[in-house]
Design a protein around this ligand. Structure first.
Ligand code: SAH
Ligand code: SF4
Length: 417
């Protein structure tokens, strides 16, 4: 069953902010440094800053506070001062869909940045499983890359997400699934009560893992993604172990080692082909950084070991990359790398030109890989009915052409992919 919740539409056309509402930034998703500066700007004396940051940090990242009133150990006066300048807003939910398998997809609206005429939209997906709950988050609105089998790849890059917008996806998901201490049941907007409560899992499943596998190429938004993952893994706050955070890249080779050194999360590589000729077509960044260079970067990924393996993602495309010869070549190619192989059945999207391999073909392919000693779980497609599965995410946000932007505005960030 699909449940769609629509918040009230913005006042003027899609994504517009009512002109009389002064924009207040959110503290939710800020790093300690940014929070400190925000508190100083609200008049907190220098000698209190450290203590106030500790308080706010706990309220935001341990308790999941969504209102200043909840902060009972912060004086009323300071709460009022903070409320005058800031919010605790998360990205705004435009729609929430719940798949028959419990997967949830949120279409989220972000605040407009200075030059933007429209508020951009992104998607995030929560996938509950028996032993874990995985949250798949976006790092960019759209993508500069154009992998031929990926729906996001058909949407031009609109902009990079701010660090707080990346963290905001985690906060929002925890709000929605009741994943904060003391939360008894999912927090639901009124519209939801018209529907069957049973749709929302009444279990104690929590977000145990975060994967940067939503919209965008995270290594092209390196600094913001790094700041966000530092906040997510902070032991005094959200406390997600870096071993439970996975960054997936299409193969931005020069950034891989740097990511390993500076952030140190788990790594997944979107390989998808064993020959450069085919990978050039499927994952065009391969023309810039071919397979050999990519695998060399994996061999030397800081911290990679048999206990901390790199995941190689391989989408199964019927008649394209799914032969037994491909399977054997894959095994040869990865020799010497501490690897896991994740076979992903292709998830179709409107207008896609590929088909998913037959189940038998996938099983035979997996057998070759298993025999070579790799655990190669075939990723069960989740949330296909709501287009929430890998590579199906896409929002309607468009990047405005220069002449459509306000005069004198800065251009959107677009890394030289
Ligand atoms: N840009 C990053 C992360 C986002 S894509 C990257 O490419 O790695 C997350 C994963 O979904 C990637 O492995 C991607 O190749 C895969 N994917 C994209 N489209 C898909 C589709 N239609 N079916 C199955 N997997 C897909
Ligand atoms: Fe971008 Fe990843 Fe999709 Fe390629 S697979 S277009 S890098 S989101």
């Amino acid at each position: 069953m699909v449940l769609v919740l629509n918040n009230s539409p913005p006042a003027e056309g899609k994504g517009a902010r009512a002109p009389d509402v002064a924009f207040k930034p959110t503290l939710a998703g800020m790093s300690r440094e940014r929070m400190r500066a925000a508190l100083a700007a609200a008049g907190v004396p220098e000698k209190q800053l450290r203590m106030r940051v500790i308080q706010l940090w706990r309220w935001l990242y341990i308790n999941g506070a969504t209102s200043f009133d909840q902060m009972t150990d912060v004086s009323k006066e300071l709460r009022t001062a903070l409320e005058a300048r800031y919010t605790l807003d998360r990205p705004e939910i435009v729609a929430e869909q719940v798949s028959v398998d419990g997967t949830r997809k949120w279409l989220l609206r972000l605040p407009k940045l200075g030059h933007e005429a429209r508020a951009p939209e992104i998607e995030a997906v929560y996938i509950p499983e028996a032993d874990r709950g995985t949250l798949c988050i976006s790092s960019q609105v759209g993508c500069t890359l154009t992998c031929s089998f990926c729906h996001t790849g058909t949407q031009r890059l609109v902009r990079n997400l701010e660090a707080s917008e990346i963290v905001g996806q985690i906060l929002l998901a925890r709000d929605r699934i009741g994943d904060w201490p003391g939360a008894k049941r999912p927090v639901m907007p009124e519209a939801c009560f018209q529907h069957d409560d049973g749709l929302l899992p009444n279990t104690d499943r929590k977000i145990t893992n975060v994967v940067l596998m939503g919209m965008g190429e995270p290594l092209y938004n390196f600094d913001n993604v790094r700041e966000a993952m530092d906040i997510a893994s902070d032991g005094e706050g959200l406390s997600l172990s870096k071993r439970r955070i996975t960054l997936s890249t299409s193969g931005v080779v020069p950034e891989i080692a740097r990511w390993g050194e500076l952030s140190g999360t788990m790594l997944a590589i979107s390989l998808h082909a064993v020959r450069d000729e085919l990978r050039d077509e499927l994952v065009p960044i391969n023309k810039k950084y071919p397979i050999k260079e990519l695998l060399d970067a994996c061999r030397t990924y800081p911290g990679a070991s048999n206990a901390k393996r790199i995941t190689f993602e391989y989408v199964m495309l019927k008649g394209v990359n799914d032969s037994l010869a491909d399977a054997k070549a894959l095994v040869r190619l990865l020799a010497g790398i501490p690897a896991k192989i994740n076979l992903i059945p292709f998830n179709p999207w409107p207008g896609s030109k590929y088909e998913c391999s037959d189940w038998e073909t996938i099983e035979r392919f997996a057998e070759v890989v298993n025999k070579a000693g790799y655990a190669s779980p075939v990723r069960t497609p989740r949330g296909r009915d709501i287009l929430a599965a890998c590579g199906q995410l896409r929002s309607e946000s468009v990047r405005l052409r220069a002449r459509e932007r306000a005069p004198g505005s800065a251009a959107s960030a677009e890394p030289g992919a």
